[in-house]
Write a protein that binds this ligand. Structure first.
Ligand code: SAM
Length: 190
């Protein structure tokens, strides 16, 4: 498999995905990781983002979920469950309202038919946003979500702006220019 510079760097540092550098850039530009004690990683496989936040915040409790299984990561509590079923995990449910940071790199399988893909992306983004709002601590919670530049983006951004005090759009350097993916960041006033 051909690895670009980000992929080579990830391999060298022992990270499971080059996606860690997208998260790193967003975290460096925001306060999101500063006071994080409880972190939830949605759509976590193969586990790069979870590895990264655990490395940066050794004393944080990191919970991760995905519909795909992952190799265990030391210090990360992983559950093989869909975001739609998150409430079924008692250990995570017990922390509802106490998460400081929810990160989602979740991406649905694409069909190539844009009208279907855009609707699927929006639906999953919307579910993830609703989950994040329920699980975040509203006095200092931060949310980062991967989405795509398409006809539904404005609707998602508008909804986030109606919930969070601050919303930012990020296109990290490690995100391929030709890819429509972008990241939205939401924060409550501290
Ligand atoms: C781009 S990958 C995440 C990469 C990860 N951030 C990393 O650094 O290793 C997107 C993930 O979203 C997951 N996913 C898709 N639909 C999901 C759902 N409904 N619930 C949970 N995870 C889902 C996929 O299985 C896939 O592993």
């Amino acid at each position: 498999m051909h690895l670009d510079n980000w992929g080579l760097k990830a391999k060298k540092l022992g990270y499971r995905s080059r996606a860690v550098f997208k998260l790193e850039e967003i975290l460096n530009k925001t306060n999101a990781l500063k006071r994080s004690k409880n972190i939830l990683d949605i759509g976590a496989a193969p586990g790069g983002w979870s590895q990264f936040v655990k490395n940066k915040k050794k004393d944080a409790s990191v919970f991760a979920i995905d519909i795909l299984d992952i190799e265990p990561i030391e210090g990360v509590d992983f559950y093989n469950v869909a975001v739609e079923e998150l409430d079924s995990i008692d250990k995570i449910l017990a922390l509802k309202g106490s998460f400081d940071l929810v990160i989602s790199d979740l991406a649905p399988n694409l069909t190539g038919i844009s009208v279907i893909d855009e609707a699927n992306i929006f639906e999953l983004n919307d579910i993830t946003l609703n989950v994040a709002v329920e699980y975040l601590c509203k006095t200092r919670g931060f949310f980062i979500i991967k989405t795509f530049q398409n006809s539904m983006l404005k609707k998602l951004k508008t909804k986030m702006s109606s919930i969070f005090d601050e919303v930012q759009v990020h296109k990290p350097a490690a995100s391929k220019k030709q890819s429509a993916e972008i990241y939205l960041y939401g924060a409550f006033k501290e």
